[in-house]
Design a protein around this ligand. Structure first.
Ligand SMILES: *Cc1c(COP(=O)(O)O)cnc(C)c1O
Length: 364
């Protein structure tokens, strides 16, 4: 008997997610000191976490023997107040990846079609495939979502559309006007999942106003994360906002205790620490300028970014990636995003960016 014969073909066909290489792994591979390694591979917050969140985590640690609040009451109320959303429009996830997966598990069945863009976040195709649904990958336009083509890709089988705004790994942004007009055209029996993992990094003029669209578009699910600007990637926390009926059914497939108690408590504190998010954003803007001017100096082209990372073009990208690893610098290859000539670097602390730039200069 072969185990594989027991597994649905669509599960066998899933290509594993390739994350950023962990620091400990590189240290083992090349016998490097962990403290000497710079990781700019997973769009983490180089400032770490909000000091207020840290304080709360230390205080909450003794409660770990108890199950967490399966309804995340306190966190839900905090998010509800902060974003002016009714509590019954909210659902929390073990990372926003959990929200993306819950959306897929709630709505998709074998044979449904799911539309997403070329170069879009890898998780969309993973959760689609895991349900036996069919991913329809629409060619990008200048690395950005081509909403016109995505609209044309809609068929009678289309059940869901994923949009990342800003997108990872390209850093591109769709304007609010374009996005809203797209939503107005999409039939409301198609679920649109709008992934706003990097919204905190946007300037005021570009910041999403999608929460205010929820009334008008009952088919809209918005996802947000605490992994990026809030600096809590290791705790795993994200949330979804949608119409109460969708939330109700997503809760049916949600694991009862999917969000741990430390994450819930830390997030409440992090949400109240606007200062930390502002500081993170300023650091990111400065780091962006620093990296952009280095790329210009090295005559490397890059995709202008709205996130906390930049994808840049370089000859022999995979060799450059390997050479950077040997210098103790971890960035991210994006071959699996159909961008074999590009590498993605997360924007770090000034010194981290500098080490990356210096290493890159000696390699290329
Ligand atoms: C990083 C990222 C996320 C966040 O995932 P979590 O599960 O919340 O850590 C979601 N979407 C995109 C596009 C991302 O780049």
């Amino acid at each position: 008997m072969s185990i594989q014969s027991l597994i649905p073909k669509y599960v066998c066909d899933i290509a594993p997610y390739q994350g950023g290489k962990p620091i400990s792994e590189l240290a083992r591979e090349f016998q490097l000191e962990e403290s000497m390694i710079v990781k700019l591979a997973s769009n983490e917050n180089p400032l770490g976490m909000s000091p207020r969140a840290r304080e709360v985590i230390l205080k909450s640690i003794d409660e770990i023997y108890r199950y967490p609040d399966g309804n995340a009451f306190k966190l839900k109320n905090t998010v509800s107040l902060k974003f002016n959303l009714d509590a019954d429009r909210l659902i929390f996830g073990n990372g926003s990846n959990d929200i993306l997966e819950l959306a897929a598990r709630t709505f998709l069945k074998v044979g449904d079609e799911v539309i997403f863009s070329q170069h879009a976040f890898a998780v969309y195709s993973l959760v689609t495939q895991a349900m036996g649904a069919i991913g329809i990958k629409v060619p990008a336009h200048n690395f950005s979502h081509d909403l016109k083509k995505m609209f044309k890709a809609i068929s009678s089988k289309t059940k869901m559309i994923f949009i990342a705004n800003p997108n990872n790994p390209t850093g591109t942004l769709i304007s609010k006007i374009e996005l809203k007009s797209f939503l107005s055209k999409v039939p409301q029996d198609i679920i649109v999942v709008l992934d706003e993992a990097y919204d905190e990094y946007l300037d005021l003029e570009n910041k999403s106003v999608s929460f205010s669209w929820l009334n008008q578009f009952p088919n809209l699910i918005i996802s947000r994360t605490f992994s990026k600007a809030y600096g809590l990637a290791g705790l795993r926390l994200g949330f979804g906002a949608s119409n109460p009926e969708i939330i109700h059914f997503m809760n049916r497939v949600r694991q009862p205790f999917n969000v741990n108690s430390l994450a819930q408590d830390a997030a409440v504190a992090a949400l109240m620490d606007d200062e930390f998010v502002t500081e993170s954003k300023i650091l990111n803007n400065n780091g962006k300028k620093q990296l952009e001017s280095a790329f210009n100096k090295l005559q490397l082209s890059f995709i202008p970014t709205f996130g906390n990372f930049i994808s840049f073009k370089v000859e022999k990208a995979s060799q450059v990636y390997e050479a950077l690893l040997r210098s103790g610098i971890i960035i991210r290859p994006v071959t699996n995003y159909e961008m074999p000539d590009y590498l993605r670097v997360s924007i770090g602390l000034k010194e981290e960016n500098e080490r990356f730039i210096q290493a890159l200069e000696t390699i290329i």
